[in-house]
Design a protein around this ligand. Sequence first.
Ligand code: 5AD
Length: 456
Amino acid sequence: MVDIPLESLTGGSAPAGPSSSGRTFYLETFGCQMNVHDSEKVAGVLLARGYRPTSDPDRADLVLYNTCSIREKAAQKVFAHLGKYKKAPEQGRAVAVLGCVAEQEGERIFDRAPWVSLVCGSASYRRLPELLDRLEAGQRRVTGLGLDVDETFETEVTRRDHPFRAYVTIIEGCDKRCTFCVVPSTRGPERSRASGPVLAEVARLAAAGYTEVQFLGQTVDSWRDPGPPGLRFSELLLAAAATPGIRRVRFTTSHPRDFGPDIVRAIDDCPVLCEHIHLPVQSGSTRVLERMRRNYTREEYLETIAMIRSSRRPISLTTDIIVGFPGETEEDFALTMDLLDRAGYDGVFAFKYSPRPNTPALEWPDQIPEAEKSRRLALLIDRQRQIQVERNGKLVGSGVEVLVDGRHEARGQWTGRTSGNRVVNFTSPMPDLLGQYAQVRIFQAGPNSLVGEHTR
Ligand code: 5AD
């Protein structure tokens, strides 16, 4: 696997491909980090074929949408975008739908948007070169669908979007079958990548100058080494953290069911492992958790949190919550609100339940009215905002280390993240800090970010 450096893109020089030199592609991504990283791999395949990236979808020879179907709104967005390309075929241009909407809707996409010529789900990206051959030969309605896979999608070439922070897929798909979730039917069964190739990729990234890696998976902590040496997930984290040059290792998303004390011990023992755990709870009510088929109770989840909180490091904790799941009563919702207080999350992604195709909860009769879902969501966001103000407020006066990843020119501030994944905006006399680790003293805190000044 080769990483194409970012500079080669801005300079417009991509490796010369055998069949497609001179053609351009426009690729837009929706959804999770997994999709973002899939797009990096797809871009790698296209660049290796001689395509050049363009930011202008109206001029691109190949327009690709890497789509998300986790909630209905995300899926609808795709069709709204596709509407813009009706004339593409007569202009000699091709439109492709990739990702979860592709897998979910399959060939129905051709009925709704007949100008689309390629539909390909994430479990079929390995076949992209062959599918592109057919597309380039002028074939219409090319498909890569089906979930009958036992490997993950790795490409010879990956075009990473970020110069010092890199995503690494370690496990794909999901076998949990939560009753609300579309992922098992869009990304297929769970499959882990072997530790050998994962660690080799980390070593290559370090050699290329990356200092932060983020392991990705829908249920990252259920990773199991498929072959020798048979590492556990926490051992994989430690092995990655031991790679010379790597200063931070993150991972997302953990499932409470698979989350063990060895992970917290590893974070405690190894400063390179980031002090952040994203542990979606979805609901604070055991009754709802059962109906969601989450396989843990409210009490078990709270025990896991107590275990995390007993660590020596100040591990920050974030979560996902769904409000208005079918049958969620006022009482159930009150339990979720109460859980917010008990858990003391540093961040919450909260969503209104959205009925999804191929999921059991779609059919359930006790759906919650939209207005009620909105009311609950607003209450939850408001309460969590107060909690974050309080929690972040405690950091005023402290010193943190920030990996600098951006600059707000107008505000004269640098921006980056702490090991605990908090956003910090800060001033500095230094002319260029991008990609550097800066020590920052915090003097102000808001619900979603901290403000500070560079100390060294
Ligand atoms: N409706 C609303 N939110 C959902 N999520 C997953 N499926 C649904 C759905 N049908 C949320 C969960 C998950 C996050 C990625 O998206 O909270 O953790």
